[in-house]
Design a protein around this ligand. Structure first.
Ligand code: ZN
Ligand code: ZN
Length: 286
């Protein structure tokens, strides 16, 4: 059904970081969509990882702004944009996680579908260093030179920091570190991973996974009106404990809702179990 709606249509992808490499083949294979990338589309105005420009809003709203800007420039009716963030893992704050979202807008059918992935596969890291051997050690730890680096430093008390991005050879790293050490106001050199997709194959892989999630959602259609994007809008906790039957924090049901006709489908026991293990019960195992 989804393929009928999208086959042979054009989607504009709002990127200047080569995300089409992983997104375009999947959309073409599974939906028959031809992905194009607008020339000279500057996504930096929607925020940079290196903080010169703040992201205007949340990840999803920012992605939507990018997608809408791409629609306006090109006059196409389908747009795609993705947005990543790197945060300490909620349960293990000493490791980082990458949340990637990808938004799909179809103006013709008034659809807005979002794919996402939350992964601990990331090299996201940063450090303050004072010499070249420390830079080399950091570089090795984060998968350089396949993964790019950023070096920045303060050159004056008032001005903006000097930022050198996209470092992906040993020569450029050496050059950048020496330049930074010679010109840094306080002798501190900040080295960090370049998180832009074209400099970060690990992130590119997560964008691919988010695209696969997007495709799953696009291919899930409402059983009442056949609209694509029939996806989970709510999870209901409270799966009862096997022994005492008190509700636990485990998921009891997931709720799907159609964004077109509002049809709701509630699936009980999505993990295939009607009761929770007593070891996860607050009463039996406090
Ligand atoms: Zn119990
Ligand atoms: Zn529906």
């Amino acid at each position: 059904m989804s393929k009928e709606i999208f086959n042979n249509r054009v989607a504009v992808l709002a990127t200047m970081h080569q995300k089409e490499k992983v997104i375009a083949p999947l959309l073409h294979e599974y939906l028959g969509i031809n992905v194009i990338v607008p020339k000279n589309f500057n996504t930096d105005v929607f925020g940079t990882f290196t903080r010169e420009i703040k992201r205007p809003d949340t990840q999803i709203i920012t992605a939507k702004l990018k997608a809408k800007a791409a629609l306006e420039i090109t006059g196409e009716t389908i747009a795609i944009a993705s947005e990543g963030s790197f945060i300490p893992h909620p349960s293990f704050p000493y490791i980082y996680a990458n949340r990637e979202i990808i938004i799909f807008l179809d103006q013709e059918n008034e659809l807005e579908i979002i794919g996402e992935v939350f992964s601990t596969d990331t090299n996201f890291n940063h450090q303050i260093i004072h010499n070249l051997p420390a830079a080399a050690e950091f570089a090795q730890k984060v998968g350089f030179p396949e993964h790019g680096l950023v070096v920045w430093f303060e050159k004056s008390t008032s001005g903006n920091p000097e930022i050198i991005k996209g470092i992906n050879t040993k020569e450029r790293l050496q050059e950048s570190v020496n330049f930074a050490l010679n010109n840094s106001l306080d002798g501190n050199l900040h080295i960090e991973t370049d998180m832009r997709a074209l400099y970060n194959p690990t992130r590119m892989e997560n964008i691919k996974k988010a695209t696969q999630d997007l495709l799953n959602k696009i291919n899930s259609c409402c059983s009442q009106c056949r609209t694509p994007g029939f996806s989970v809008t709510e999870t209901v906790k409270g799966l009862p404990c096997e022994i005492c039957h008190q509700p636990t924090v485990l998921t009891m049901a997931i709720v799907y809702q159609c964004q077109k006709c509002n049809f709701i489908d509630k699936k009980l026991y999505p993990q295939g179990k009607q009761f929770a293990d007593p070891s996860l019960c607050n009463y039996c195992n406090p």
